[in-house]
Design a binder for this molecule. Structure first.
Ligand SMILES: C[S@@+](CC[C@H](N)C(=O)[O-])C[C@H]1O[C@@H](n2cnc3c(N)ncnc32)[C@H](O)[C@@H]1O
Length: 313
C-alpha cells in the first residue's frame, strides 16, 4: 500500500466517479436546467466535481450524517444545495422533482429499508428520470466475506447487521437476476454491470435505472418473485450467512468475556493483597514493641520537619 495523500485520493476518486456518471448517461444528456440528487453524498467527494455545471443546473446532496451536511452547507452552498435525512425513508422534495439521482456506496449498506428508499427515490424522480446506483455483487463477496460467489444463491443478502460504521458498516449483496426482478418493478434496467471493475470502485456493480411511471410500494418491491426458485436458495444462503455472523459474534463475545474474567481475577487478587497489608499493619501497630518505640518515631518525624530542605542547606 502506498502512502497516498488522502486529500489527493479524495479529489482523484471524485473525478473518476464524475467521469463514470457521465459515461453511464445517455449520449444526448445535457446538464442545463437538470436537477440532480447525490444521495448519501458523504462529505461531497463526487458532487463537488460538478462545480462548473452547478452554475446552470441544480445539484442537491443529502446525507444522514449531520456533521457532513453542516460542513457542506457552510462551505459549498451555494451553488450546491444540501439537506440532512433521517432513518425514515423520506425526502422533502415534491413528486417528480429530480431528473437524476445517483448513489455511490449507499444501497450497498442498506440491510433493512432498501425498498423504502427505492420507493421514495421513485417518487421524487420525474417520469423517465434516471437513477445510477452502485451495489455489491460478485466482485466484492469473496474479499468481504471469504465466500465464493454463486449468483444462484444470492438475491438481496444483508450481513453484518449493526456493524460499526468506522469499521465499514453493515453491507448487502445483490445479484443480477434479483435486481432485474425487484428493482425492475419500479425501474427499467438500462445498464447493469455486475462488476464495474477498475480502481476505484474496485468491483462494485453499477446499475443505471429509468423510472417507470406510476407509483410503487414497499410491499411490491419486496414481494418474492413468483416461480423463481433462486429466491428460496438466496434466503437459505442468507440464513447461513447470518448464522455465521452470529457465531462470529459469539466468539468475539467469548473473547471479551475471557479478558473481563481475567481482569476481574486480577482486581480480586489486588483487593486481597491490600486487605492483607492493612491487617498486617494493624497487627504491627497493636504489638508491644511498636508501642514502646512510638516516642522514637515521633521524635524522628519532628527532627525531619525542623531540617531545612536539602537545596537550602
Ligand atoms: C460509503 S459512504 C459513501 C459516501 C459518498 N457517496 C461517496 O461515494 O463518497 C456511505 C454514505 O451513505 C450515507 N448514508 C447511509 N444511510 C443513509 C441514509 N438513509 N440517507 C442518506 N445517507 C445515508 C452515510 O452517512 C455515508 O456518508
Amino acid at each position: 500500500m502506498g502512502e497516498e495523500d488522502p486529500g489527493a485520493v479524495f479529489e482523484s476518486t471524485g473525478r473518476v466517479h464524475r467521469a463514470m456518471i457521465e459515461d453511464f448517461l445517455p449520449e444526448d444528456w445535457d446538464w442545463t436546467g437538470r436537477r440532480t440528487l447525490d444521495f448519501g453524498c458523504g462529505s461531497g467527494r463526487v458532487i463537488r466535481q460538478f462545480l462548473p455545471e452547478a452554475e446552470r443546473a441544480e445539484f442537491w446532496g443529502c446525507d444522514i450524517d449531520r456533521p457532513s451536511i453542516d460542513w457542506l452547507q457552510a462551505n459549498l452552498e451555494p451553488p450546491f444545495h444540501f439537506f440532512a435525512t433521517e432513518e425514515e425513508a423520506k425526502l422533502p422534495q415534491e413528486d417528480g422533482f429530480f431528473d437524476l439521482i445517483y448513489a455511490f456506496s449507499v444501497y450497498t449498506h442498506f440491510t433493512d429499508n432498501w425498498a423504502g428508499w427505492m420507493a421514495e427515490h421513485h417518487r421524487v424522480l420525474a417520469d423517465g428520470g434516471l437513477m445510477l446506483l452502485s451495489f455489491l455483487g460478485e466482485g466484492m463477496l469473496n474479499s468481504l466475506t471469504g465466500d465464493t460467489w454463486d449468483g444462484d444463491r444470492v438475491g438481496m443478502n444483508p450481513v453484518l447487521y449493526g456493524y460499526p460504521w468506522e469499521l465499514g458498516g453493515p453491507i448487502a449483496f445483490n445479484s443480477e437476476w434479483w435486481i432485474r426482478a425487484h428493482w425492475g418493478r419500479a425501474f427499467e434496467v438500462v445498464t447493469l454491470n455486475p462488476i464495474q471493475g477498475g480502481d476505484p470502485p474496485f468491483g462494485h456493480g453499477m446499475a443505471l435505472l429509468r423510472k417507470k411511471s406510476g407509483t410503487i410500494t414497499v410491499e411490491e418491491l419486496e414481494r418474492l418473485e413468483p416461480d423463481e426458485p433462486r429466491e428460496i436458495a438466496a434466503l437459505q444462503y442468507n440464513v447461513e450467512q447470518l448464522r455465521d455472523d452470529t457465531l462470529r459474534l459469539r466468539e468475539d463475545n467469548a473473547r471479551v468475556r475471557a479478558v473481563m474474567d481475567d481482569q476481574r481475577e486480577q482486581i480480586t487478587a489486588a483487593h486481597a493483597t491490600i486487605a492483607e497489608n492493612v491487617r498486617l499493619r494493624q497487627e504491627m501497630e497493636r504489638s508491644i514493641s511498636w508501642r514502646l518505640t512510638a516516642p522514637l518515631r515521633a521524635a524522628r518525624t519532628g527532627i525531619r520537619r525542623l531540617r531545612p530542605p536539602v537545596g537550602n542547606r
